[in-house]
Design a protein around this ligand. Structure first.
Ligand SMILES: *[C@@H]1O[C@H](CO)[C@@H](O)[C@H](O)[C@H]1NC(C)=O
Ligand SMILES: *[C@@H]1O[C@H](CO)[C@@H](O)[C@H](O)[C@H]1NC(C)=O
Ligand SMILES: *[C@@H]1O[C@H](CO)[C@@H](O)[C@H](O)[C@H]1NC(C)=O
Length: 450
């Protein structure tokens, strides 16, 4: 097998694997008694983002409804009439947060860059940028990087001052949040539960974000020799108040994780601190997507990004019906409410800002366009070509000037990560610290002599 084929098969297998995980997660999320229960289906019909089922049943037949409800003016494409003039932003800063619909949004952010010919910054190792889990620093980007960057769409810890200073003034700042209980379930599965054993995380190729931590460490008993895999979410939650250690590496995964990725001090729970930060974030971000209002958010996003509807399409990763899962006990829910208090406050706040934006767009109009978009997704899941689009003729792909080709200083990167609770005894971090190839795609650049 030549190396291209080899890497392709690895990527392909990982994609399949992630896909199946996503499936499990999204199925799990369905069983949750959510705030969606009593809301009118017309306005809030996308509370669960399991849109795959649309493709089978009623998807295709009712696509052509040229007469929209509630007197909305509908264009030839079936969507409401959109403004004919539109000025696109001059850059894109997508803060990709873990487990909050961010892979699909990343596709949209990349489509934007492709459409308007903007080069994007890349991760130095694996898929996290900027010195993650330390706050974003531009020196920790993959090469070639741009001293005056246009766009980024990778995992990072938001660094408001720095990112506002280096990206274009009219760049679009985008991120997403997710209902904290369902995000917790999903991340526990993603970072910990799906790994059978220490060997599984140790032998995992690349792996720069310390799979297993801190859960595997905290759940270990003396006899386990440091780490333990295979524990259930319920055991973890029952023990969390006792085993939590805020100084341990990756501890922020156990507390206020969304706040952490948004750049807040995740150890502080006073509401005033969070409210102050929320004001700053609301000014910094042009749009904060809620996973639970995925299509509505995309409708708002399209309007701001001046993109064709097809560019809002990201391939569906979820296709199955919900199944029931163990609900949290009330004491477990209370533990989560306490440990993720900032995240609850953040989520509630950005739901309100999103609701206001939906109202401004027009509730009925939103309902119509979100439904159209959902149908478009179902169609394009079956026939991806229907969502292909081409760049405007005028726009030539630029490399962006100036370009900095220097390779990231890996020892500085390791030090920075260690200083921000990002050390790890396995995976790409351990390799990098030992100055060995990481197994990540960037090895060719980092270790050119091998
Ligand atoms: C908490 O974590 C820190 C950093 O790993 C460690 O030094 C300390 O001993 C831990 N505390 C407890 C009580 O385990
Ligand atoms: C978001 O806010 C709206 C309006 O306040 C509320 O009806 C809805 O239940 C909230 N959605 C979620 C997912 O919390
Ligand atoms: C890389 O970073 C280390 C640690 O911060 C520093 O000592 C070293 O001088 C740096 N190397 C280069 C080439 O800048």
């Amino acid at each position: 097998m030549n190396s291209a084929k080899f890497y392709f098969s690895i990527i392909y297998t990982s994609v399949l694997f992630l896909l199946s995980l996503y499936l499990v997660n999204s199925r799990e999320a369905e069983g949750k008694p959510g705030p969606s229960k009593n809301t009118s289906p017309k306005v809030d019909y996308i509370l669960n983002y399991d849109y795959g089922e649309l493709g089978n049943a009623d998807g295709e037949d009712d696509i052509d409804d040229s007469v929209a409800e509630d007197g909305i003016r509908v264009g030839k494409d079936g969507f409401s009439i959109q403004d004919s003039s539109c000025t696109p932003p001059g850059g894109m800063v997508f803060l990709k947060k873990h487990k909050s619909a961010s892979s699909t949004l990343q596709t949209v952010a990349k489509n934007f860059c492709r459409y308007y010919s903007m080069p994007g910054e890349s991760p130095p190792v694996g898929s996290v940028s900027g010195g993650y889990p330390g706050p974003f620093q531009p020196e920790f980007l993959g090469s070639p990087r741009h001293p005056k960057p246009y766009a980024i769409s990778t995992h990072q810890v938001f660094n408001l001052e720095v990112e506002k200073a280096i990206f274009p003034e009219n760049a679009f700042f985008l991120t997403s949040v997710r209902e904290p209980l369902s995000l917790f379930r999903s991340m526990f599965e993603y970072f910990y539960r799906r790994w059978d054993s220490e060997a599984a995380v140790r032998n995992r190729k690349c792996g720069f974000t310390c799979w297993g931590a801190p859960y595997a460490h905290w759940l270990a008993e003396e006899a386990d020799g440091g780490v333990r895999f295979g524990a259930e979410i319920s055991e973890y939650l029952d023990r969390l108040p006792k085993i939590f250690n805020k100084s341990a590496p990756w501890a922020f995964r156990a507390k206020n994780f969304q706040a952490f990725e948004l750049g807040l001090d995740w150890t502080r729970d006073d509401k005033k601190y969070v409210s102050g930060k929320l004001n700053e974030l609301a000014k910094a971000f042009d749009l904060v997507v809620l996973s639970e209002y995925y299509y509505e958010s995309l409708v708002l996003l399209r309007e701001r990004l001046c993109l064709p509807w097809q560019a809002m399409y990201a391939r569906s990763r979820m296709v199955s019906k919900p199944y029931t899962k163990e609900p949290f006990t009330s004491s477990q829910s209370n533990t989560l409410k306490k440990f993720y208090a900032q995240d609850f406050q953040i989520y509630k706040y950005f739901n309100q800002t999103l609701q206001k934006k939906i109202t401004t767009y027009g509730r009925a109009r939103m309902s119509h366009d979100a439904r159209k978009l959902r149908q478009m997704y179902a169609l394009c899941d079956k026939q991806p070509k229907r969502c292909s689009f081409s760049r405007p003729q005028a726009a030539k792909m630029t490399k962006g000037e100036p370009v900095d080709n220097s390779v990231v200083n890996t020892s500085a990167l390791v030090e920075y990560m260690e200083a921000h609770q990002g050390s790890c005894e396995w995976g790409a971090f351990a390799k990098l610290k030992a100055n060995e190839p990481t197994g990540c795609g960037q090895d060719e650049i980092l270790f050119p002599n091998l």
